[in-house]
Design a binder for this molecule. Structure first.
Ligand code: ITT
Length: 202
């Protein structure tokens, strides 16, 4: 698909961390945040790809009826942390893990406590992007980064599970590493590289 810059894209997400990262990862795109009065976007699929498409296409349908300004399309991101010792969990349920705990500092502590002593601490972040042009067929792009779980919540950078994830080749968590480093190797950065190629932006 060939598209022309500058692109104006609605980001179908209520996650402020994702919006910040996309703005940095795709500087040639103008992102329109998902409006506060717009509906919640269901994500009922079993796989990241299903949820990314569901969010992007649901948001596109709403935008066609109610959107406040013309845009080229809608982008959605479904992502999560997959921990081998937890059989890939929380994975696609990452945003819904430990709903009784209000902060990620607490959620991260609970997740770490679920990993048995001596267990394999391998984990990966996965990101699937779905782009739904206002007119035309949706496409998807994905990325992943391998790493391992820290033993404690370390660093306050990033968002979500960043303070407990150490990417392979580093000894600091994504919460400790500067965003510029996260952007060279993260699941979302790699998915953006693939998306850029699929959109013909390179
Ligand atoms: P939207 O659906 O509105 O985009 P969400 O936070 O619910 O926001 P997901 O369903 O894709 O998004 O859940 C992804 C969760 O995985 C997210 O809430 C974080 O907890 C975690 N996550 C994803 N990418 C991450 C990253 O780069 N760093 C840390 N945690 C991440």
């Amino acid at each position: 698909m060939i598209v022309h810059s500058p692109l104006k894209i609605v980001l179908a997400s209520r996650n402020a961390g994702k919006l910040r990262e996309f703005t940095e990862l795709l500087p040639e795109v103008t992102f329109v945040p998902w409006p506060a009065d717009a509906p919640e976007l269901p994500e009922t699929g079993a796989f990241f790809q299903d949820n990314a498409l569901q969010k992007a296409e649901g948001a596109r349908a709403w935008w066609r009826e109610h959107g406040a300004e013309p845009v080229d399309g809608v982008l959605a991101d479904d992502s999560g942390l997959c921990v081998d010792a937890l059989w890939g969990g929380p994975g696609v349920l990452s945003a819904r893990f430990a709903p009784d705990l209000p902060t990620y500092r607490d959620k991260n502590r609970r997740l770490l406590a679920m990993v048995p002593d001596g267990a394999d601490r391998s984990a990966r972040f996965v990101c699937v992007l779905a782009y739904a042009p206002l007119r035309g067929e949706s496409l998807t792009a994905s990325g992943a980064v391998e790493g391992s779980l820290a033993f404690d919540h370390r660093g306050d950078g990033g968002f979500g599970y960043d303070p407990i994830f150490i990417p392979d080749g580093f000894d600091r968590t994504f919460g400790e590493l500067p965003p510029e480093t996260k952007h060279t190797l993260s699941h979302r950065a790699r998915a953006c590289v693939a998306l850029r190629a699929r959109l013909g932006l390179d």
